[in-house]
Design a protein around this ligand. Structure first.
Ligand SMILES: Nc1ncnc2c1ncn2[C@@H]1O[C@H](COP(=O)(O)OP(=O)(O)O)[C@@H](O)[C@H]1O
Ligand SMILES: [Mg+2]
Length: 313
């Protein structure tokens, strides 16, 4: 049987890899080399916490072909259970920028995505977004990570021209409007690019049948505690303000940033939820403008029409 570890061993391994440990100290890296000067096996750094206290287990993992192929991902519930019940190894694809490594594991019959949390409450947000059908469905996971459904489709900005008919664009606009409305009704402020950022990247996936979904709730805010917001939440809000980027580059030390966040917390507490969530509409408008530079001005009217209809229902 692949991954033949006892339940106790699995628990020990999972505690070592999740939440993701800090980088190993130099002396541990050195000790992990099979021989002086040789590189540490590529799949082993995530398991470094097992190195001194659980050396026999560490050595078994080092030699395990499934762990060689999948490293830490072998022990995530969605992967582990499948492999133990005889599934073939998934194919791996890596992406991710802001949050670090995002991996898509492609099995013969389905694909799942595993990514580190980008904010403290992202798991809660992603769960709600998944339940209301706006974001990927959330699956069983390990602390500090999301495991979610892979949403198949084409990013909005990559839609081929033959799929940019007025009808189709209106439908897409409608769904984006509706998704933002649903998020706002669930007290979630998305706070990110929907249609397109200046580099042509989008968080909007359009399936072949036209169904739309948003991914990445890493800097979204759950406003359920508003007017109280944590420092992490205030930070997520301000990081999408152009003025914050300017401020950050000028701030001499962390205490300036702290002051800025404290002042902004007061400001957000005094704003209504509606004032906060309405920035998503501004982002949508800006993103559409940006997308039109690449895709052509003619996309604007149908999308806008659809969007207004979808947000209003
Ligand atoms: N659930 C998902 N379904 C399909 N693709 C995904 C999913 N989650 C992430 N991705 C892919 O991985 C990339 C990075 O994920 P994302 O959550 O946006 O992280 P980051 O915060 O690093 O931008 C996305 O742009 C997308 O290509
Ligand atoms: Mg992203």
């Amino acid at each position: 049987m692949p991954l033949d570890y006892s339940p106790e061993e699995v628990a020990v391994i999972r505690r070592a890899i999740a939440p993701s440990p800090p980088k190993p100290p130099e002396e541990v890296i050195d000790a992990m080399r099979p021989a002086p000067g040789m590189p540490v096996p590529e799949h082993m750094p995530p398991f470094w916490k097992l190195f001194d206290l659980e050396l026999p287990l560490f050595l078994r993992l080092t030699a395990d072909p499934t762990v060689k192929a999948l490293s830490r991902y072998a022990f995530f519930p969605e992967v582990f259970e499948r492999l133990r019940s005889g599934s073939d190894l998934p194919k791996l694809e890596f992406s991710g920028r802001a949050r670090g490594m995002v991996v898509t594991l492609i099995f013969a019959d389905r694909a799942v995505v595993i990514k580190p949390l980008q904010s403290v409450r992202e798991d809660q947000l992603a769960l709600i977004a998944g339940q209301i059908g706006v974001g990927p469905v959330q699956l069983e996971t390990l602390p500090g990570y999301l495991t979610e459904e892979f949403v198949s489709g084409t990013f909005f900005t990559e839609l081929p021209e033959e799929r940019q008919t007025d009808d189709h664009l209106t439908q897409i606009g409608f769904q984006v409007g509706k998704m933002l409305r649903q998020l706002h009704q669930a007290d979630i402020y998305y706070n990110d690019v929907t249609f397109s950022d200046p580099k042509g990247r989008s968080h909007l996936l359009v399936a072949l049948n036209g169904a739309c979904r948003l991914i990445d709730f890493g800097i979204s805010l759950n406003l359920d505690q508003h007017p109280e917001l944590t420092r992490d939440e205030v930070h997520n809000f301000v990081r999408t303000l152009p003025m914050y980027r300017v401020f950050r580059s000028m701030a001499e030390d962390e205490s300036h940033v702290d002051r800025f966040l404290a002042d902004y917390a007061v400001k957000l507490a005094a704003s209504s939820k509606l004032e906060i969530t309405s920035r998503d509409l501004l982002f949508a408008q800006q993103g559409l403008k940006t997308a039109a530079r690449q895709m052509g001005e003619r996309i604007v009217e149908p999308i806008k029409d659809g969007f207004l209809g979808g947000y209003a229902v």
